[in-house]
Ligand binder design. Sequence first.
Ligand SMILES: Cc1ncc(COP(=O)(O)O)c(C=O)c1O
Length: 415
Amino acid sequence: MWSRKRFDIDYIDLIYGLGAALTVGNSQRQGLQNELEDWWISDSTGEAIACLSVRSGWDLLLQALQLPPGSEVAMSALTIPDMVTIVRHHGLVPVPIDLDPMTMAPDPASLDRAIGPQTRVIIIAHLFGGRVNLEPILAARDRVGAILVEDCAQAFTPGFRGHPDADVSCFSFGNIKFATALGGALLRVRDPQLGDCLRQIQSTYPVQDSGHYTRRLLKYLGLKTLSSRPGFTALIWGCRRLGIDYDRLLNQSVKGFPKDELIPRLRHQPWETLLALLRRRLQGYTEERLAAQTHRGQRLIQLLQDYCPQILVPGVATLPHVHWVVPILAQDPEMAIATLANAGFDSTQGNSMTVVNPPETHLEWEPRNAREIFKHLLYLPCYPAMDDTTLVSMAQALRPIFSPSVSEFLRMGSP
Ligand SMILES: Cc1ncc(COP(=O)(O)O)c(C=O)c1O
């Protein structure tokens, strides 16, 4: 069985992390943080800030901005639930911006509607590895005088530090991201004064729990082994014999902060070992490593289009695109998962994303495209270890179950 995802980290990196946990001392923490931030910003402008996670950085920013309660935050209508929870925690009102299924960029009509005099912040997520064109959003930002945050959590490429005109660009190195350090994030903040303010708030936080991070390094040594083809086949076999729902088990094993403790857990500074591993991952990460993944993604999409010409791959028309994941829309995702599992492929609907609900006063702002995409979304396994023959057999397995009706709806759909 081909597992849904391979972690983008080598055994040697995990061992390096464990070694650093034993040898890097607290006195080196600030030095490591400064070095990493200086390196990140060296070819760019503004301030870099290393955080525990993108969610920590987003919470930091909303603290620093001190917006009046009830101010609106216009958000890409598809994002991770915690990004919305954090907005609400600050007494702000999330307003969804619906997305074009072909590009996953803001739909122009929805963008116009979502951004008004109450909008103080706009946050746009580059989804699935594609990078959306920010020009229309920059114009909308300038029209209302808001702050534009670019959420690049799913769109890391070496050398890219965000759009130069975005106010804040955030990159995540969480468990399933490219160049993962099993946590950590880097923010580029265009206004140095705002950057200083974020840094000052973060400096009051306690440092991340060292035992927790060390246990995570050990856990991922095991999970990495289990995500290999024989390891994953054995895991599925074992789960089936023991009556364990392996999809739930896997989703839980890569889960982030517990919901009821979200805000206090976000408010920590990254531990020195995390900073050391992040520095190693980023400074050693090559274009070639990413190109191998991008190439597999492109090849799979081409095969899907050959074998299932009606298939809709959300975001396919976005350029540049590194295909961090390869999603498709399936009429009946559960049936597609079962069919693919029979053919030896572990696909998942995941449960990491959510649709941003419209404010109660404007239920007519319902993001219809995002809702429909979310309902039918299915992630296919796709990584460099899967050769052409393997990708062909996955595309072939999908052919009989694919129905055109969902994609027809989405092609015509406008909110
Ligand atoms: C679109 C998007 N935004 C934000 C995040 C949060 O990143 P982090 O785990 O670093 O908080 C993620 C994580 O998956 C994401 O996909």
